[in-house]
Ligand binder design. Structure first.
Ligand SMILES: [Zn+2]
Length: 234
């Protein structure tokens, strides 16, 4: 089905309600509709949702764009929720990153390619997380009365964090280094609460409400900030 310049993937099946979704990474639109609805009805429904669809597509596409870094001067990079402009400084010595007030300085050898720059950044992000996370874990282990055996940092496509209850280990998304510390802390708390409750059920919500009453605001702040393509869907 086509709606102006928007192509809609329409699936009719044995369901009760109409589901509309705009999907990353390209903002493809999909409608699942009950069998008994006519195409005309579905079209009218889609038209009524047009401004929402366009808004979602814009959001998704700008997020996807944000993920492709070229490592050129004045490019925007994020650290702890703040925006910095990249300043590339050619240097024959060891490559490093230095944080200034408004700039992130990347010292690299001449002819360093994009992938290498990305790796340097990733390592820098990783070392930052390794520095700040242990303190957060210690604090929240005490508050929640739980004990963690370890944590790891990795790049994840669809999640901010995961918790392996059996081995008492949490994994945190490297992308969190770009987010404000209080958003990182929210994810740490969320994963630690899984040591008390495995599922996202009523009890889990009650625990979150008790220990981190403003978690909903933190969550929406986390998901509203510029994110890379790997962040959606948490
Ligand atoms: Zn969870």
């Amino acid at each position: 089905m086509e709606l102006g310049d928007i192509k809609i993937d329409l699936i009719q099946k044995n369901i009760k309600n109409v589901h509309l979704s705009v999907m990353p990474p390209y903002g493809d639109v999909r409608i699942s509709a009950p069998l008994h609805l006519t195409e005309e009805t579905i079209r009218l429904y889609a038209i009524s949702k047009l401004s929402w669809i366009k808004k979602e597509q814009k959001k998704i596409r700008s997020q996807a764009r944000e993920s492709k870094r070229e490592f050129i001067n004045k490019e925007t990079h994020y650290f702890q929720g703040r925006k910095y402009l990249l300043e590339i400084i050619e240097d024959d010595l060891q490559s490093k990153i230095v944080l200034q007030k408004k700039h992130i300085q990347l010292f690299v050898k001449p002819n360093t390619n994009t992938e290498q720059c990305q790796l340097i950044f990733n390592e820098w992000y990783r070392s930052h997380l390794k520095k700040v996370i242990p303190t957060m874990i210690k604090k929240w282990e005490k508050i929640l009365g739980v004990e963690l055996r370890g944590f790891g940092i990795k790049q994840m496509k669809t999640k901010w964090g995961t918790c392996n209850i059996e081995v008492k280990r949490i994994w945190l998304n490297l992308e969190l280094a770009k987010k404000p510390l209080h958003c990182l802390e929210y994810i740490v708390v969320h994963e630690l609460v899984h040591l008390l409750e495995r599922n996202h059920n009523e009890r889990f919500l009650a625990l979150m409400n008790k220990f981190l009453p403003d978690w909903r605001e933190l969550k929406s702040e986390l998901n509203k900030l510029p994110v890379s393509h790997s962040d959606w869907g948490y």
